[in-house]
Ligand binder design. Sequence first.
Ligand SMILES: [Zn+2]
Ligand SMILES: [Zn+2]
Length: 247
Amino acid sequence: LGDSLSLGIAWFLENYSHKNPDSRFSFGYARFSVLGALINSFILFAGAILILSKSIPRIFHPEAVDPQGMLLLAILGIAVNGLAVLRLKKGLSLNEKVVSWHLLEDVFGWVVILITSIVLMYVNIPVIDPILSIALTLYVLFNVIKNVKSILSVLLEGVPDNISVQDIESKITSVPGVMAIHHTHIWSLEGEKNLLSTHIVISEKADHQEIILLKRQIRALLMRNGIAHVTIETDFESEDCGSRSCE
Ligand SMILES: [Zn+2]
Ligand SMILES: [Zn+2]
């Protein structure tokens, strides 16, 4: 049930997130996909804790099993879930990443059963099943936590990992005609599309042609640095825009 609920939520929010911007959500619906990623991370996290809470006691009280039946089930499970992972692998959004980790967790579950059943056909050490489960679950958990960090960074308007505000500001100030820069914000819409807003200070004497050229150069520069959505305020040298920063 947890599986279909989680995949259903992911699928619904992912589709919803492709809606175009409207008067209610002027940025568009991309963050619905991020929300889906967060909800699914929690479900995955809860699932992992559940698996751990079941596996850990079984280290001390291993159960007897039927290896042949397990082997057959495992092959079936790996085939079905493996196919799903491969189909989703191309997805890049945070949401799709979380879903593929979820499916991968299921595949791992079956791999554990496969290995266990083969080993049990030769030697009788049932404790191998819970130990493998715990190891693979910890691996999934580690990756879920990594994903949650990127998800929260987007939701909390963090500067994208591969971008530095200081670096971008100094690149913009190096464009001829830009005298200074302040109040720069860089954030990400959904983990892929980056946005920037900033104020540049220009000469009193700059005419409108120069300003148009300047803004065009800055947009091209930012595009090369992975920022596609840009808002530039132009302040004249003698002008106090009253907004040096967000404080
Ligand atoms: Zn300003
Ligand atoms: Zn601000």
